[in-house]
Design a protein around this ligand. Structure first.
Ligand SMILES: Nc1ncnc2c1ncn2[C@@H]1O[C@H](COP(=O)(O)OP(=O)(O)OP(=O)(O)O)[C@@H](O)[C@H]1O
Length: 293
């Protein structure tokens, strides 16, 4: 049974900075969106879950076993795409994957077949002999996913994979991850709500090193019910409104700027209450837990 359990996990850097505090989570198959603003502690937590850093408090259990005691059991089933994934520019995707498959000790007779399967899965089969140096950002990220899939991992950890991608590549990458989930546990960290909006069945939201929410997007959205308003303001007031209220987005219209505001109460008598979406609910959560201060 694919299960990753975090019990009061904490991580303190050597200099003394407490990056993760008391995180408890139990995760099974499916896509989990790990969402949080920059500096929330996501990357640190991902490194702990990938056995690259050891929790300084609490423990992490993979299939019931402490990963600090038996890191290899998790590593054998882990696919990891770090935030700072780099490729060897002179190699082709096919060569690069074959190289990594050997480094990862895949059985020699299985390497060629598996490399082809992974290229196929990420849609790079037709360009697999091109130099990686000539790949776009999105294509490189797909190579990153392909290498993470080489060992057919049960646990796939992907850290901020859409940073630096253009909107089209971003979309394509999201679709790819959704297709790959199946029986795997995919943990996808991002600070962009739309990255996980369509795919994540579960959300874990961190801010200031702490877990602020864990549950389905629907539950998160329900918590913001009654706290979101549409309000049209003159364009010249926009800066003021932003300074005074939490604005989840603003759209210029012929008669002014339509802003969506989240908050305790209506920003003005002429604002209209509207149904929250995930972006609003995320902003509301950060606000009400004081994480956006
Ligand atoms: N090597 C380090 N030594 C000390 N503090 C660190 C180190 N790396 C990160 N931190 C701090 O730990 C906190 C959490 O950082 P982390 O990178 O885990 O956050 P994040 O949510 O992944 O943000 P980002 O998306 O910006 O990477 C931040 O305050 C960061 O400055």
């Amino acid at each position: 049974m694919v299960e990753l359990a975090l019990e009061s996990v904490g991580y303190r850097y050597r200099g003394g900075h407490q990056a993760v505090t008391d995180v408890g989570l139990r995760l099974g198959p499916g896509i989990v969106g790990l969402l949080g603003p920059n500096g929330a502690g996501k990357s640190t937590l991902m490194r702990v879950l990938s056995t690259l850093a050891r929790a300084t408090a609490g423990r992490v259990l993979w299939r019931g076993e402490d990963i600090a005691r038996r890191p290899d059991a998790l590593r054998a089933e882990l696919g990891y795409l770090p935030q700072d994934f780099g490729v060897y520019e002179a190699l082709s995707a096919r060569e690069f994957l074959a190289f990594l498959a050997a480094v990862k000790s895949l059985p020699a007779r299985a390497v060629a077949g598996r490399v082809e399967e992974c290229l196929e899965m990420v849609g790079l089969h037709d360009v697999a002999d091109r130099r990686l140096g000539d790949y776009s950002g999105g294509m490189r990220q797909r190579v990153g996913i392909a290498q993470a899939l080489l060992n057919d991992p049960s646990l796939l950890i992907v850290d901020e994979p859409t940073v630096g991608l253009d909107p089209e590549e971003r979309l394509r990458f999201r679709h790819l991850l959704a297709e790959l989930a199946g029986q795997r546990l995919v943990i996808l960290s991002t600070h962009i709500v739309s990255d996980i909006e369509a795919s994540a069945g579960e959300l874990a939201i961190m801010a200031g090193g702490q877990l602020r929410f864990h549950g389905t997007p629907e539950v998160l959205i329900a918590t913001a019910q009654g706290h979101v308003w549409d309000w049209t303001v003159p364009a010249e007031r926009l800066a003021d409104v932003r300074a005074q209220f939490r604005v989840s987005r603003a759209q210029r219209r012929a008669h002014g700027v339509e802003v969506r505001v989240v908050g305790e109460r209506a920003p003005s008598a002429d604002a209209t209450a509207v149904a929250p979406d995930l972006e609003d609910a995320y902003l509301w959560l950060l606000h009400r837990t004081g994480a956006d201060a």
